[in-house]
Ligand binder design. Structure first.
Ligand code: ADP
Ligand code: ASP
Ligand code: MG
Length: 412
């Protein structure tokens, strides 16, 4: 007998028929004698609709009330999953985040889990009752409902698996594993059988939304074996058919580049004509950091006259208005021109093999040049290279890089 946590994403609980299919998978795990905790997302599209309701009434809504609204989608699916399990003769009950409780900080809309109180749930599991937990939800110490950021049910699942010391955490979604890039963009993408926490963390933070970044961070820290698999396949997690996210040492085959990730969610901002003096970067990026704006790539352009220069950086598109407000509030930048370019995309290659292989960036730049793709900004770390390009070249660039690193050809 094992203790397992299984999570079903939005498309896997999109309607009552899908919920029944998911319940059948849970029933098969229960029949194998496992203790099972199930995490559910809202039905696909529901969270978007709830977000839209808040925006329609007031674009500047109270973040605490936003959380009350958007957390409700998961309540519906948790109750329905419990009913579907009971219909199959399985003892089951639903749990809302506040009932466990899953205690989070009070950063509404993207709260972090601080603590999960497990004794009651462990008792319930011990009585052979399946626990169906609403994903994405937390509660603050002063009893307000929070949500964990979009895609946050992944994090609920991994956090619960860590708290319950589960043997496995199975993430059911609409693809049968983690691929070398989004299979919806590159049909020739290859399924990866095992990937390291570090590589998955980079891929997720660079745009591969198959797992929420924080869920990978938590799995890495707490050493939770996470498996991604399809709820549309007949197989169940105990058959181990998906992609395993695990420690680097557990991976036999290693490639220089493991995957290609991309995002269209960032914009490029240029602050024109700032003084080229010591401290200017800290006076730009300090206030932006204080305003919780996550700046990503940064280039300080060469000063032509030795006096003034331009500073170019990228940040989430959703933070553009706030960025302009923060910069214009500084007397030094009040009169500077701020150029915003939303027509950009970031493409990244990721692989732990880059640590010990030279020439990876060269291959990347050559592949892009051959397709006539102009690179606007470059940033690198030990295991990734990212480039900012025009948005219209995104798919072309992803396909070119995927081919240049032979990702579809190598055997899994
Ligand atoms: P869920 O609703 O189950 O949480 P998501 O939509 O959040 O599902 O994540 C699954 C999607 O992630 C897939 O449909 C796929 O388009 C996308 N995706 C992006 N990058 C990758 C990748 N490298 N491997 C697999 N899927 C990916
Ligand atoms: N329902 C939430 C969302 O759409 C959380 C999740 O699905 O993981 O972002
Ligand atoms: Mg998701």
């Amino acid at each position: 007998m094992a203790r397992i946590v299984v999570k079903f994403g939005g498309t896997s609980v999109a309607d009552t028929a899908r919920i029944e299919k998911a319940a059948e998978k849970v029933a098969r795990e229960v029949a194998l004698g496992h203790e099972v905790a199930v995490i559910v997302s809202a039905m696909s599209g529901v969270t978007n609709q709830l977000v839209e309701y808040c925006r329609t009434i007031s674009p500047m809504h109270d973040a605490r009330e936003y959380d009350t609204v958007v957390a409700s989608g998961e309540q519906v699916t948790a109750g329905l999953m419990a009913i579907a399990l009971q219909k199959r003769g399985i003892s089951a009950r639903s749990w809302m985040g506040w009932q466990v409780p899953i205690v989070s900080d009070d950063v509404h809309g993207k709260a972090r889990i601080n603590d999960i109180n497990t004794p009651d749930m462990i008792k319930s599991l011990g009585n052979k009752e399946v626990a169906v937990l609403a994903g994405f939800q937390g509660v603050t110490l002063d009893n307000r409902i929070t949500t964990l950021g979009r895609g946050g049910s992944d994090t609920t699942a991994v956090a619960l698996a860590a708290a319950l010391k589960a043997d496995r955490c199975d993430i059911y979604t609409d693809v049968d594993g983690i691929y070398t890039t989004d299979p919806r963009i590159v049909p020739a993408a290859r399924k990866i059988s095992r990937i390291s926490y570090e590589e998955m963390l980079e891929l997720a933070s660079l745009g591969a939304k198959v797992l929420q970044v924080r869920s990978v961070e938590m799995a890495y820290k707490q050493n939770v074996p996470v498996q991604v698999l399809s709820s549309f396949d007949e197989a169940i997690g105990s058959d181990l058919p998906g992609t395993l996210v695990t420690k680097e040492d557990d991976i036999m085959e290693q490639y220089v580049v493991t995957g290609v990730a991309f995002t269209k969610d960032e914009a490029k901002v240029t602050l024109v004509g700032v003084l080229d003096t010591p401290g200017v970067a800290s006076r730009i990026f300090g206030p932006l950091a204080d305003a919780a704006i996550n700046v990503d790539m940064i280039v300080q352009n060469i000063s032509r006259d030795g006096n003034k220069t331009d500073m170019t950086f990228t940040l989430p598109e959703t933070d553009i208005a706030k960025t302009q407000e923060v910069l214009k509030a500084q007397p030094e930048f009040k009169d500077c021109e701020i150029r915003v370019d939303e027509n950009v995309a970031k493409v990244s290659i990721v692989g732990i093999g880059m640590r010990s292989h030279a020439g990876v960036a060269k291959t990347m730049f050559t592949a892009l040049a051959e397709k006539g793709v102009n690179i606007q900004v470059i940033s690198t770390s030990e295991i990734k290279v990212s480039v900012l390009i025009g948005r219209e070249y995104l798919e072309l660039a992803v396909r070119a890089l995927h081919a240049a690193f032979g990702l579809e050809k190598a055997a899994a």
